[in-house]
Design a protein around this ligand. Structure first.
Ligand code: N01
Length: 546
């Protein structure tokens, strides 16, 4: 396919080179894409906004940041040597360790020279005459490539609510997703935290231990389970590594891309209440996000869901000493699991501390940020620091942050005005040679991201080699296939309770964002089979041409 392709690992090229691919981002998706495409002899360049690799684990350095998928699963499977040699120190790795791992991978596979750091991609224009993308950056780069690959992450565009007065605050403002590299010492300070999603729930116990006074501003209480994190057990690690290939294969054909998740064969209401309680207790003690998969109907049957939700509510009531605070922390407005379930370490216990206060901003809304702190309708709260744990413009945010268009005037932002439209979450009709890694309409954020990333990267790499082998220069999603896929994604979501919650899964956290269930909930294993079938049928549903 390419007159410029080479089997040599590319070094820095003048910008007149026509690359095989430009990749956005050097997180886990970007790193593996570089590696995989280079292995196929392609010339690639990645642009990364940070000054290092690691993506989400580069940016999210807030206290308590830790993965909620077990370390042995939240890691690459593509290299047997890598997975055997790397040693995780904890059951759930903390941010710093995962970042070390990302750096190790970049060094071990020699990926850094393909990456331009501290550079943000600003636009991509497809020329239908030449079948080339012209990609520009905020550092003045203009590069041409055959393929344009979005690996910028699903949760990478931080969201700061636009409270009036935000710029007037005299203290320090932080967002969990852009945490200072040197860390923050909250000792002796009065701190406000806004937001109680996964990030807030991890940061709050840590900040509470340091700060003089911590006030948490909560809009929606979340369901959170204790992670029961612990040091890696060496015997567990040895036996897991001895059967790594089997574990990985199980993960690849599981629903969430996680081998350790349960595969239930009955519903919650099939068990008598005592037995169900016993099952929930056992699941609780395992400390995994697989809790909501203990029974097969938790995420589809409101009555079944209620039995599990009530079990967790009772745990909260027993942990939090002040009944009024416990009531505020107890979720009642959504079904358990329909907002991303959180894993914590001493989250609810933190509210038993004398230096921690909870403000329910539904009853007492934030009016503005003042120079001294936060004004709610009922009170002024003075702070030295405010932490925004207010989440992300998820799944579509990082893609739409780039001005993606064609030379004849089609814009992705126009096409997606009413919500993203993709075929398999991999491509979007009208934008040839543009690939999305873990894009909207793929299982992505409902799975172990590493499993989904590896799957997409390998599928795309094979696809590009197929095009090269056939001498084809262009591929795009067929509009009818895309329409059918979008309908299928919505239909499957509608068989579950997920769309009933105001979550970032549906875009509900961003004012004005179209309300669409963003990921594909049909299960990673099923989706993988579908993608393989499409490829085996000569990329059915895609239009390939020269
Ligand atoms: O973001 P979120 P996150 N006034 O959107 C509140 C992954 N992750 O960064 O629910 C007051 O979940 C908002 O309230 P509400 C994981 O997939 C993984 O915590 O919209 N409050 C909510 O409480 C996760 O799901 C890990 O009513 C406002 C919070 O801010 C995803 O990232 C760790 C507000 C935002 O919660 C995002 O998590 C961390 C306002 N104007 C993250 N606006 C692990 O692997 C927003 N909020 C463990």
């Amino acid at each position: 396919m390419t007159e410029t392709s080479t089997l040599r690992a590319p070094t820095a090229q003048p910008d007149t080179t026509i690359l095989d691919a430009v990749i956005v981002g050097a997180g886990f998706a970007g790193l593996y894409t570089i590696h995989k495409l280079r292995q196929a002899g392609m010339q690639v360049r990645a642009f990364e906004a940070g000054d290092g690799v690691g993506g989400t684990w580069y940016w999210n350095r807030y206290p308590g940041a830790r993965c909620d998928v077990e370390s042995v699963e939240y890691s690459y499977s593509f290299s047997e040597e890598l997975q055997q040699e790397w040693k995780w120190s904890e059951r759930y790795a903390a941010q710093a360790e995962i970042l070390r791992y990302a750096n190790h991978v970049a060094d071990r596979f020699g990926l850094r020279d393909a990456i331009k750091f501290e550079t943000r991609v600003t636009s991509g224009e497809f020329d239908p005459e030449t079948n080339l993308w012209t990609v520009t950056t905020d550092r003045g780069d203009v590069v041409k490539a055959r393929f344009f690959i979005m690996a910028g992450g699903c949760l990478s565009l931080p969201r700061m609510p636009d409270f009036p007065g935000r710029d007037d605050f005299k203290g320090k403002l932080y967002h969990t997703g852009t945490w200072p590299h040197e860390g923050v010492d909250f000792s002796g300070l009065r701190v406000g935290v806004i937001g109680t999603g996964s990030s807030g729930i991890q940061a709050i116990p840590q900040i509470a231990r340091q700060a003089r006074q911590l006030t948490v501003f909560q809009r929606t209480p979340n369901f959170s389970l204790p992670a029961f994190n612990r040091e890696m057990d060496s015997e567990f690690e040895r036996s897991y590594k001895a059967a790594y290939a089997q574990h990985r294969e199980k993960a690849r054909f599981s629903s969430a891309g996680i081998a350790g998740h349960p595969t239930p064969d009955k519903g919650a209401l099939d068990d008598a209440p005592d037995e169900r309680q016993r099952v929930y207790e056992g699941g609780w003690l395992r400390g995994t996000t697989g809790f909501t998969r203990i029974y097969k109907d938790i995420l589809s049957n409101p009555e079944a869901n209620q039995t599990m939700a009530e079990f967790v509510r009772e745990k909260i009531r027993r942990t939090v000493k002040d009944p009024k605070v416990a009531a505020l922390l107890t979720p009642t407005d959504h079904h358990i699991g329909t907002k991303r379930i959180c894993l914590d370490t001493h989250y609810y216990e933190t509210y038993n501390r004398d230096n921690v206060k909870l403000v329910d901003v539904r009853r007492d809304p934030i009016v503005k940020i003042t120079p001294e702190g936060i004004r709610t309708e009922a009170a002024d709260h003075e702070f030295d620091a405010i932490v925004f744990a207010t989440g992300y413009d998820a799944v579509t945010g990082a893609v739409l942050n780039i001005d993606i268009h064609t030379k004849d005037g089609a814009r992705l932002s126009d096409k997606w005005t009413a919500g993203p439209r993709t075929y398999l979450g991999l491509m979007t009709a009208g934008f040839p040679n543009l690939f999305l890694i873990t894009g909207p309409g793929s299982p992505s954020v409902l799975t172990n991201m590493l499993t989904s990333i590896e799957h997409h990267v390998e599928w795309i790499a094979e696809c590009l080699q197929h095009l090269r082998g056939k001498g084809l220069a262009r591929m795009e999603a067929d509009r009818a296939a895309e329409d059918q896929w979008v309908e299928h994604v919505n239909d499957v979501a509608d068989t579950t309770l997920f769309p009933t919650a105001n979550s970032w899964y549906t875009g509900a956290n961003i004012p004005g964002k179209p309300r669409v269930f963003l990921p594909y909930i049909g299960g990673h294993g099923n989706y993988r089979i579908k993608c393989a079938d499409v490829a085996a049928k000569g990329y059915e549903g895609f239009v390939l041409s020269d």
